[in-house]
Design a protein around this ligand. Structure first.
Ligand code: PMP
Length: 482
């Protein structure tokens, strides 16, 4: 059984949710809102009941709940509808810690978007995430006169939502972050705003009537949330969402579950503090870190090989991560279903990461993938490291100034061979100019340990920065680019 520590990405549905969805498929998988027969009536009732369950869960009225595919769709709908209502010149500001899903829809639909909430009161629209998927930090919505749009994708799994207390005019979340199926979510729209908005999707189920009048189509839009729900709804998803919410309530509510998550976060933080790693953030179940000298993707891959599921990269919040200066990092995200023993397993695997990386590097030197000779080549050099006797020949084939193949042969220490091998793999597809840029970054890596995403697997040689005598071994093959 693998240890699942990626709950901020998706929470695995509980058996109760799976059972509710299965029942829906087996017993009332009919088109809701239209049919007059038994199964369709049950489907219609299930949608209405789920709307009430969701409304109660977030302190709203049922007719303020629009079902969507998820937070991303909800935020896109919000941006498109508000752009139509206020025009693309309306001023928008978004928070600093935003997921791409709460940046890109605004940037695409409005002419100018400001980052940061400092001047929020001066903007017509304020869009912010109330919990960061990178740090776990909570950010309450500012009290302003403009329209407040809340991305509650993470918040929904850790705090009770009361749309009125939050001051939200619109609020989006995805069901799968609270153990519902993927592909279903909610966009809350405050009733008086809802009446002013035109939908972005048109089609069946969202009109009361469509008539041809004087050669033109006239439509009478449905009132309330149905106006925004064109097409057949995701009934199994909606049923699963209601079941997931009921399960949270049966387990004592979000606040109680989050208390356990906070306890586990502290436990993990204390255990991880003994590792050779840098912890950037640890709050509300989210622990963001890097093992020293190891690229985040390598750490995550080694965890995966040992049946521990964590996430690595920019977590769809690249501007924020870059502004923090962290770059790609590993994220562990806990739910109340995790246990102390899950964390102990994580810490055990993480403790073995530096050695695993070293082994990987040595192995790549001993079992290379790009060793050999090219039948034809455009660049070829025999390279020697006088101090230790490494002797490597690198051959490169070019087509229109782009490296289309590269191989190396000869002998040397594991580091010079691993470097030559990873280099040959990395350079294919690059122009000579780009190859030189990669070389510059690689040389920084082996001297200072500064990783860079552009280096891909070459980041595994970051360890060399702790062994100054081996830097020349690592740099040897790259002299082909002199
Ligand atoms: N916002 C935040 C803060 C998130 O964490 C996520 C999911 N990672 C999203 C938006 C987007 O959610 P979804 O992919 O379910 O639409």
């Amino acid at each position: 059984m693998s240890v699942y520590l990626d709950n901020a990405a998706t929470k695995v549905p509980a058996p109760e949710v799976v059972k509710a969805v299965e029942e829906c498929f087996k017993e009332f998988n009919a088109n809701p809102l239209r049919g007059m027969y038994e199964t369709s009536l049950r489907a219609t009732a299930a949608v209405a009941e789920a709307r009430e369950t969701v409304a109660k869960f977030i302190g709203a009225q049922p007719d303020e709940i629009v079902f969507t595919r998820g937070a991303t769709e909800g935020l896109n709908m919000a941006a498109m509808m508000l752009a139509r209502l206020f025009g693309a010149d309306a001023t928008v500001c978004v928070g600093e810690a935003e997921h791409h899903s709460n940046i890109l829809p605004w940037v695409k639909n409005f002419k100018k978007v400001d980052f940061g909430l400092g001047q929020a009161a001066e903007h017509k629209i304020v869009a912010l995430s109330t919990m960061s998927n990178v740090t776990g930090a909570i950010c309450e919505a500012p009290k302003v006169n403009g329209i407040v749009v809340v991305d509650a994708a993470q918040y929904v799994a850790h705090r009770i939502i009361d749309v009125k207390k939050l001051g939200a005019d619109m609020l989006a979340f995805s069901g799968h972050k609270i153990g519902a199926p993927m592909g279903v979510g909610v966009l809350y729209i405050k009733r008086d705003l809802m009446n002013k908005l035109a939908p972005v999707y048109y089609g069946g189920e969202m009109v009361n009537g469509v008539e041809m009048m004087g050669g033109e189509i006239a439509m009478n839009l449905a009132a309330g949330p149905q106006k925004f729900e064109a097409g057949t709804l995701n009934l199994p998803g909606i049923v699963g969402l209601a079941a997931a919410i009921k399960l949270i309530e049966a387990r004592g509510g979000i606040e109680k579950l989050n208390q356990r998550v906070v306890e586990l976060t502290e436990f993990a933080k204390n255990k991880m503090a003994k590792l050779d790693c840098q912890i950037y953030a640890a709050e509300n179940g989210i622990i963001t870190f890097n093992m020293n000298g190891v690229h985040a993707h390598d750490t995550a891959e080694i965890c995966a090989r040992n049946d521990v599921c964590v996430r690595a990269g920019y977590h769809c919040a690249e501007p924020y991560l870059k502004s923090l200066g962290w770059g790609a990092c590993v994220r562990v995200s806990l739910s109340a279903d995790n246990t102390e023993s899950d964390i102990e397993k994580l810490v055990e695997v993480l403790g073995a990461v530096p050695e695993a990386i070293k082994q990987e590097m040595l192995e790549r030197g001993n079992y290379p993938e790009c060793k050999g000779e090219l039948s034809e080549c455009d660049l070829s050099r025999n390279l020697v490291n006088e101090s230790c006797g490494d002797e490597i020949t690198v051959q490169v084939k070019l087509a229109d100034d782009v490296i289309v193949d590269a191989k190396w042969s000869g002998h040397g220490c594991a580091i010079s061979q691993a470097s030559a091998d990873y280099m040959c793999e990395r350079l294919v597809g690059l122009s000579l100019e780009q190859a030189k840029e990669v070389r510059k970054k690689f040389e920084q890596l082996v001297v200072s340990g500064k990783e860079d995403d552009v280096l891909l697997k070459l980041n595994r040689l970051a360890e060399v920065s702790r062994m100054p005598a081996r830097v020349n071994c690592a740099k040897l093959a790259w002299k082909i680019l002199d």
